[in-house]
Design a protein around this ligand. Structure first.
Ligand code: NAD
Length: 499
């Protein structure tokens, strides 16, 4: 069995705690490896070494740091197949989807190749007589990234790129369910020229996370994961005087107006609802058709498209649309939620329970499921299901649909399908959600914008990647400088006695 350790000072090292977590093959249900869970002592060592390495890295000029990002980007491209395989093997997503995972992370690295332009400060010359003011953006020191299982490449890259290109060192604590991709990314960064110690990958669980949150050297924590943990980490990091941005869970709605192109809306719902088995924080999990006729027509269009979906292991290649859930517990939780939807009176139009795949009977698969007549008091509406389950909540009017989205505790992403520009503009302007799609189902902003939700989908006041990330990973120092009249005025050509 494969034993997975840590990446410390430019080397793979074994864990010493004697504690491990199983790394599963979600398609077979078998344990395929075990990942070491760091002790606080191992963490402290990694942080102390990172602090030493950070001094030289911060003093390296920004363009040279950006060149490391350039070489890193090239290596990611060269090793795309291997990275996608690593992602798929531990997560279970299909190879094309795993490549998308790597690609959306790579795009953030591409922006970091231009980091010097983002790190330029501000300047006001002659703010007073002989007085100039300038503001510098300086690295924070050692920062931490704590990432979830569902994007094993993308989210670590969202953290690593801006943090390192800003001159920080980083302790990356990936999800213990999918640890291998982060270790390989660290190896590629070393090949790209990153000095040893600037990126330390420490695998672990709550003990390592709490160690990070309490460590006085750690200046900032970038977290992505479920809402309860995001809130916990934000509170503990902030109490300890650290900067924190903590991105949490979601319940993303798509409103379908009566004038929408229903074929396009149905295709978008199938992709956004069931892609990656629904294990995306930007998945659409609630369809909100406006008007009974729209709802009936939409359901009719959805049924054959959903029934056609193929579920299986990533090794089946293009024959598979989505794979298994991440763990047995996740599978059981989703099956339990589907049962609760039935019990609470929703109409289960397509039932994904009971799916068995020959040769993969112990895999954590759930088939695609479609609910109609869901109401906001039901558990399937209240909870983030994080599985291949699409709920339909019928709305009587646009205002009712908008209110439903507004009243939801989460505010990560939302979308509207309509042919009417006025409705779309009104929605984008009024909705209290961080990322909005107009005839676009998964509005993850491109990497030169920034990503972040509202309400209980994010804690902290800056978004991740894009311009916000460079603000998050640097602190501002403002200098007011006065220069008195000097040799410029005193220069004289005549020969005179010294004062
Ligand atoms: P999770 O909260 O279980 O784990 C995230 C990280 O926190 C992992 O590194 C894990 O080791 C650590 N962790 C888990 N329990 C902890 C505890 N008690 N104390 C301290 N640390 C702990 O999340 P997950 O299941 O890996 O990921 C899925 C969740 O992430 C979903 O809710 C999804 O919506 C969310 N997510 C959000 C975004 C976003 O940008 N908003 C992106 C991707 C995923």
């Amino acid at each position: 069995m494969q034993e997975i350790g840590h990446w410390i000072n430019g080397q793979l090292v074994k864990g010493t705690s004697g504690r491990f977590a199983d790394v599963m093959n979600p398609a077979t249900g078998e344990v395929q490896g075990r990942v070491a869970l760091a002790t606080v002592e191992e963490l402290d060592h990694a942080i102390a070494e990172a602090a030493k390495a950070q001094v030289g890295w911060a003093a390296t000029n920004p363009q040279r740091r950006a060149r490391v990002m350039m070489a890193f980007g090239a290596l990611i491209n060269e090793n795309m197949d291997k990275l996608a395989e690593l992602v798929a093997r531990e997560h279970g997503k299909t190879i094309p989807d795993a490549k998308g995972d790597v690609q959306r992370g790579l795009e953030v690295i591409e922006v970091c190749m231009g980091a010097p332009a983002m790190l330029k400060g501000e300047m006001m010359d002659s703010a007073g007589p002989g007085i100039d003011l300038f503001a510098m953006r300086q690295p924070l020191g050692v920062v931490a990234g704590i990432t979830p299982f569902n994007f094993p490449a993308m989210i670590p890259l969202w953290k690593i790129g801006p943090a390192l290109s800003s001159g920080n060192a980083m302790i990356l604590k990936p999800s213990e369910r999918c640890p291998s991709t982060s270790l390989y990314l660290a190896e590629l960064l070393q090949q790209a020229g990153l000095p040893d110690g600037v990126l330390q990958v420490v695998n672990g669980d709550k003990a390592a996370v709490d160690g990070i949150l309490d460590h006085p050297v750690i200046q900032a924590v970038g977290f992505v994961g479920s809402t309860p943990i995001a809130q916990y980490i934000y509170g503990r990091a902030a109490t300890n005087g650290k900067r924190a941005q903590c991105f949490g869970g979601a319940k993303n709605h798509m409103i379908i107006m009566p004038d929408a192109d229903l074929d396009k809306a149905a295709d978008a719902l199938v992709g956004a609802g069931f892609g990656a088995a629904g294990e995306r924080c930007m998945a659409i999990s609630v369809a909100v058709p406006v008007g009974e006729a729209t709802a009936d027509a939409l359901i009719e269009k959805l049924i054959p498209k959903i029934e056609k979906l193929k579920v299986g292991p990533y090794t089946a290649g293009n024959d598979v649309d989505f794979g298994p859930l991440i763990t047995k517990q996740a599978q059981e939780r989703v099956l339990g939620l589907i049962a609760s939807g039935v019990d609470q009176g929703a109409k289960l139009v397509i039932d994904g329970r009971g799916l068995k795949i020959q040769g993969y009977e112990n895999g954590f698969f759930v088939g695609p499921s479609l609910f109609d007549n869901v109401t906001p008091d039901m558990e399937i509406y209240k909870q983030e299901i994080f599985g291949p389950v699409l709920s339909t909540v019928r709305a009587g009017s646009y205002d009712e649909a908008l209110q439903l989205v507004m009243d939801n505790e989460y505010g990560n992403g939302t979308a509207i399908y309509t042919a009417d520009g006025d409705t779309a503009r009104d929605f984008a302007s009024r909705v209290n959600v961080g990322m909005v799609g107009i005839n676009f189902p998964i509005p993850v902003p491109l990497s030169y914008f920034s990503f972040g939700g509202w309400k209980r989908s994010a804690f902290g006041d800056l978004n991740q990647y894009g311009p916000d990330a460079f603000k998050f990973y640097t602190k501002t120092k403002t200098v007011t400088a006065r220069w008195f009249s000097g040799i410029k005025d005193g220069a004289a050509l005549n020969f005179k006695a010294l004062d």
